[in-house]
Design a protein around this ligand. Structure first.
Ligand code: URA
Length: 209
């Protein structure tokens, strides 16, 4: 898989534009995020391994492909990751689900883990990490580092929006993990927000601001 995939599908771009608009309400924002998640997940999962099984159609027996091995693990970086998670789960309902909670220490600005619950056998699964915003990249880098410590080897990272700074930092830390995103915006501002971006994804999803 390419190390960076920008999904420029017209439906994705249309829905993303609606999400960016500041007057889009939380219910609409969540609905659009779920819909885009489905479309992005299609790209994210393009190279999952399959294996043939013997089946019978009404006409004839055949060898047909199914996903190979353990079902993928879907890992949501809390809390905004949950918005993408729900959509991806619709496409891969058999996936095992994990959550990683990180907050930014106000002094050091480094991510601090407050929650970590992930499926077993990460070493035998495709591990799909989701977080809508790849801004500084600190949370995504820390989450993937922890998942690797738990055995994950076959990882992919899905975000809705990314900043060039976040992509560079993530690729420097985890060059083996492909990124799938709907857009690469201009830059980060002084507060670590993506410009032009869409604001705080968690606040936009849950109306907390
Ligand atoms: N997190 C967000 O929710 N939005 C940004 O722009 C950056 C990080």
């Amino acid at each position: 898989m390419l190390s960076l995939v920008v999904v420029d599908h017209p439906l994705v771009q249309h829905k993303l534009t609606l999400m960016r608009q500041k007057h889009t309400d939380s219910a609409t924002f969540r609905m659009l995020l779920g819909e885009i998640a489905l479309l992005l997940a299609y790209e994210l999962t393009r190279e999952l391994k399959t294996e043939p099984i013997a089946i019978e159609t009404p006409i004839a027996p055949m060898q047909a492909p199914v996903l190979a091995g353990e079902p993928p693990a879907l890992i949501s970086i809390l809390r905004a990751g949950n918005g993408l998670l729900e959509g991806v789960l619709k496409l891969i309902p058999t996936a095992a689900v994990g959550h990683v909670g990180l907050y930014r220490d106000p002094q050091t600005l480094e991510p601090v883990q407050y929650y970590f619950k992930v499926p077993a056998k990460l070493d035998q699964r495709a591990v799909l990490v989701v977080d809508p915003m790849l801004a500084t990249g600190h949370s995504a880098i820390a989450a993937v580092t922890r998942l690797k410590e738990k055995g994950a080897r076959d990882l992919r990272f899905l975000c809705l929006l990314s900043a060039p700074e976040g992509i560079a930092a993530f690729q420097a830390a985890h060059p083996d993990v492909p990124i799938v995103t709907a857009a690469i915006d201009e830059r980060l501002n002084d507060h670590g927000y993506i410009v032009p971006g869409l604001g705080d994804a968690g606040d936009r999803m849950y109306g907390t601001r």
